[in-house]
Design a protein around this ligand. Sequence first.
Ligand code: AMP
Length: 542
Amino acid sequence: MLGLMQDWPLLLHKIIDFAAIQHGGREVVSRTIEGPMHRSNYRQIRDRSLRVAQRLKRDGVRLGDRVATLAWNGYRHLEAWYGIVGLGAIYHTVNPRLFPEQIAWIINHAEDRIVFVDLTFVPLLEALADKLPSVERYVVLTDAAHMPATKLRNAVPYEEWLAEADGDFRWAEFEERTAAGLCYTSGTTGNPKGVLYSHRSNVLHSMASTNGDGLHIESADSVLPIVPMFHANSWSLAFSCPMRGAKLVMPGAKLDGASVYELLESEKVTMTAAVPTVWLMLLQYLRQENKRPTTLKLVGIGGSACPPAMIRAFEVDYGIEVRHAWGMTEMSPVGSTGSIKPVVAGLPRETLLALKEKQGWAPFGVEMKITDDEDNELPWDGKKFGRLKVAGFAVSSAYFKGDGGDILDENGFFDTGDVATIDPNGYMQITDRAKDVIKSGGEWISSIDIENFAVGHPDIQEAAVIGIAHPKWDERPLLVVVPKEGRTPQRDDVINFLQSRVAKWWLPDDMQLVKEIPHTATGKINKMKLRETFKDYRLPTA
Ligand code: AMP
């Protein structure tokens, strides 16, 4: 027997309808590429999104067509997203930090018909334009006054293009499993692969990821998504903020400590989210200028492991709660968040600070397991580490156009490529990427653990650990560090420092100083490149 409740399709544009009705005057504030701050609200965003949909339709865009965006977080980007999905087309976020050839490859693979582009990225596209045959029109996210002279095909300033639609339009109707968004993962090997979100998966993910134990967003909040819309959906914040009625503060292109601090204060931000690199810049600024955030209550940190010193700085020095989050493009992206469950709430503060180094627990809608190389499930004892596999309503079932073949195991689980432990209370801790774990004497060493401890050393700015071939042990860890300005960390001193923190057989066999550690387009340490740099290096112990 079926239930007798309505089929109310979970469609993304219903979110902006809701925000316009219930929170119509709630502000959307953006730092524009042109310079000044821009103030809008959910009612206006909805009206203009409707016109985007109407105008796209006039340009011939239909259900299932891909429309790219190459833009920072800002109100026009937001309007473009809702306009695209409200027509049943697919927003394709292109990460401008990728190599130009990769960008061209991705746009061609997606067969994007129209590209919305910020002023910043016009030159980037001009250099590629003759390699992008599918693109019929470029809409530059600016007004006529700021429109650059460009040879991009059929280029128009967004405001003029939008003015040609009167808003007398209704959202298209289709079912909730319709594709809504496309984002390519920046795999370090092989071609990027397209993750294709549906309306349903994005709506459910937005609801699940922002509950009280998750990113915790309510209508009273003022939220600054620093995580870009072009990488993993800005953790869904462009959907979840209007869904919750929170004020939205869009940072544009300026992500340095001073600019972020200015927004935190001027817009009375209560919640924000970004990768650790951004927080390093902010913390450095706060210390240098002797300033403190006065309204910020919660900071979401994820994308790569949050160093213990960062957790301590926010929680202890500034009294701001840290929510360490883990996830990936294939998970929409949030897979876990580290709020404190009642079962551990009574533990001493130091223990809880250490617990926050773990990547947290999976919310409803995300199933997790860890397995060994033979696919046997491992116990949740907080010690055994294995491959982390996931299933859920916002987890990929396949890549766009079938790339990569079958990506689920026989029980429908997706292998994240991460290696993790899960403790008896459900807290998961990433110990490595499967390809980065160091295999020493048949046992696994977590490179991330050593890195986390190493950055706690007073002379070290950034640290990376890679496995180097060893005749006896197979691989041994090499610690690569960027010194803090004016400091010269000494090998023996650092090893000594690590001695009390990691098992003896985990201690790096050597340390090398570098000026810079290479990063990927999504801000993670590029271990492949680092291994390449040290391919001729021999350990003193070998
Ligand atoms: P992406 O799809 O680019 O967002 O990358 C996802 C990957 O980033 C994950 O599979 C993890 O390896 C890594 N990652 C994300 N969040 C964290 C975190 N909090 N700690 C450690 N690694 C993380």
